[in-house]
Design a protein around this ligand. Structure first.
Ligand code: DQA
Length: 147
């Protein structure tokens, strides 16, 4: 399988480190990207790291990953709880998918307890802060194998 991995981030995650730091922490998305690239280099993975506030852009990146990437780590943010379209796009991707949430969505409001994406995900990481992205990369590394 390809050693290329997509890391996709949904709406408002561009404000990471600025919005609700008590929930999401002080690290910015640029910090997360830097740490993911460093770990990926250690693991011998190539990473495409993207964020968008637009559902269609996330879907287009998932389509791009088809036939190209070995796996996807995705934090769909609020689209987690609303988007059948992102679920359908992920269902059209053959490789492993890890769903990441910085906060523990199960400890929060009931509307965050349901995820459309979990029905497709091979693993779900929630409540581990931004470290969740690094855990997802390690899991994808294991699932993708030697390439
Ligand atoms: C989130 C949790 C979602 O419920 C929320 O809408 C987000 C971020 C998380 O990373 O904890 O924007 O996905």
């Amino acid at each position: 399988m390809s050693r290329l991995v997509y890391i996709l981030n949904g709406p408002n995650l561009n404000l990471l480190g600025l919005r609700q730091p008590a929930i999401y922490g002080n690290e910015t998305l640029a910090d997360v990207e830097r740490d993911c690239l460093a770990l990926a280099a250690d693991l011998g993975l190539t990473v495409r790291f993207h964020q968008s506030n637009r559902e269609y852009e996330l879907i287009d990146w998932i389509h791009q990953a088809r036939g190209e990437a070995g796996g996807i780590a995705i934090n769909p943010a609020a689209f987690t709880h609303t988007s059948v379209a992102i679920l359908d796009a992920l269902n059209a991707f053959d490789g492993p998918v890890i769903e990441v949430h910085i906060s523990n969505v199960h400890k929060r409001e009931p509307f965050r307890h349901h995820s459309f994406v979990s029905g497709r995900a091979d693993g779900v990481i929630a409540g581990c802060g931004t470290q969740g992205y690094l855990l997802a990369l390690r899991r994808l590394d294991r699932l993708i194998g030697g390439g």
